[in-house]
Design a protein. Structure first.
Length: 464
């Protein structure tokens, strides 16, 4: 469900070292004196027991970063002509990858990616898309020099980040870059309030609210009427996208999609947040929700005070220490759910898998602490010929540090996703799959803006 899963936290007062401290230990021992960072003298470090212990720990950590384990994904799905062709055209889905032994832990890989993954710092063009209910989302597309611009009929990939994520997140930026390198135009769909998108009504988004995505898809289809349309989502974005695909079935103009680290079963995910170190993720994500909410709290306070307004609980939301507390005071109220448990049960995308009618690649990590393996609807995926599941033994949540660019570069999934959409484009042009391509083309609505949807111009901004 996460966007920025874990931002740098202070471990003061904690008796148990955080997994992230294992990653940091090999960097060298530092002392703080008078506000200045001073290295421990080499001689002292070599002769003192503490120095010897530190050196040994650092050596072990460096060795663990150098020793790489070969790991291989497993694949589940029906042996349909499409799935067989995809697997033959996408070697990354089944090939072994290598990961430093130190990162062979779901928590460590999750935190390492959140803290240390480099960012491409993309320059975006932002379009504000206003919705019929008065809300607003932000669509970000890479701003490219003329020599790098893609043709108007290039495939378009709509990207849905995680819970509080957006176009500035490293995993999103890398996906934009790799899509462009594959000849695909990426459009990042920033939900209401995320990535500094405006909030003009007392409503954000939810795990099952698909109307904004429906309007975004129609708008992008109108903007690029001759392009194949794809979609990919991470975490909560994957849940929303899968819900949308299940609702639209064969009516969607999307020709193929990828879901990554999808929580699938929200009651199970909620229960999982209460276990051990997962509480840190829960608290940190609640803090991210607080930051978004605090910028727009007056809208919710005004509605709660109105006789005809929705019964929000602003005093609880502003102090929420868990996602559940925030959802119970804001999210489920906004969308009319009688309780937070009813919201989680009714919003789980595992319920939507049987209704998906377009090719859907699902990528999950066995050690994901936020989207646990137990939540994956294996039987429903196996029963749907449109679905193909790739399960990696490692990856954490939004981690997948075994990519071709090294542990601080693009996630392992980027190459696999680029291969998948490149293969989908190729297959949809072949006679064997031409009927599916024609059906997708027939589903594309006439180039007309959805009723009540309008844009307020484009700005350019640099991703941090």
């Amino acid at each position: 469900m996460a966007g920025a899963v874990l931002q740098p936290l202070s471990s003061s007062g904690s008796r148990t070292p955080l997994p992230s401290q294992l990653v940091l230990s090999y960097a060298g021992r530092l002392q703080q004196r008078g506000g200045r960072r001073m290295r421990v003298p080499l001689a002292a470090a070599a002769t003192s027991p503490a120095g010897i212990a530190t050196a040994a720990a650092a050596a072990a950590a460096v060795a663990a970063m150098c020793i790489r384990k070969a790991l291989k994904p497993t694949v589940q799905g029906q042996s349909t002509p499409w799935n067989s062709a995809i697997l033959s055209l996408c070697p990354s889905l089944t090939a072994s990858y290598r990961l430093p032994a130190l990162l062979n832990n779901g928590h460590v890989e999750t935190i390492f990616a959140a803290w240390f993954r480099r960012k491409p710092h993309i320059l975006y063009d932002r379009e504000l898309l206003h919705m019929p209910d008065g809300g607003c989302v932000a669509l970000d597309t890479e701003d490219l020099p003329p020599a790098q611009q893609l043709p108007e009929d290039a495939p378009v990939l709509i990207l849905l980040p995680g819970l509080t994520g957006g176009s500035e997140d490293s995993y999103v930026q890398y996906a934009v870059v790799h899509a462009r390198e594959a000849g695909i135009r990426a459009v990042v769909f920033n939900s209401r309030g995320t990535s500094d998108s405006p909030v003009s009504t007392a409503q954000f988004y939810s795990a099952s609210f698909t109307e904004d995505m429906r309007n975004v898809v129609a708008h992008v289809r109108n903007r690029y009427p001759r392009s194949l349309l794809f979609a990919a989502g991470w975490s909560l974005g994957a849940n929303i996208m899968t819900r949308y695909l299940g609702e639209e079935q064969d009516r969607t103009p999307i020709s193929a999609a990828v879901a990554m680290c999808n929580p699938f079963n929200l009651p199970l995910s909620d229960a999982n947040f209460k276990k051990g170190f997962n509480r840190i993720y829960d608290w940190n994500l609640a803090r991210s929700l607080n930051r978004i909410y605090s910028k727009h709290h007056h809208l919710f306070e005004e509605e709660a005070a109105s006789a005809s307004g929705r019964p929000y609980r602003p005093d609880v939301a502003i102090q929420a220490k868990t996602i559940r507390e925030f959802d119970d005071s804001i999210t489920r109220v906004a969308f009319g759910w009688p309780s937070v448990d009813a919201y989680y049960t009714g919003s789980s995308s595992s319920l939507s898998i049987p209704d998906v009618r377009v090719p859907l690649l699902i990528i999950q990590a066995e050690d994901d602490p936020i989207a646990p393996k137990e939540a994956i609807p294996f039987e429903a995926i196996e029963a749907n010929p449109q679905c193909l599941l790739v399960l990696t033994p490692t990856g954490g949540h939004l981690g997948w540090c075994g990519g071709r660019d090294g542990v601080t570069g693009a996630p392992w999934t980027d190459a696999a996703v680029a291969e998948f959409f490149t293969a989908a484009k190729q297959l949809l042009a072949q006679p064997e799959f031409a009927a599916a391509a024609e059906a997708a083309k027939a589903r594309q609505p006439a180039p007309a803006e959805p009723a009540g949807v309008w844009t307020s111009g484009t700005t350019t901004h640099q991703a941090p």
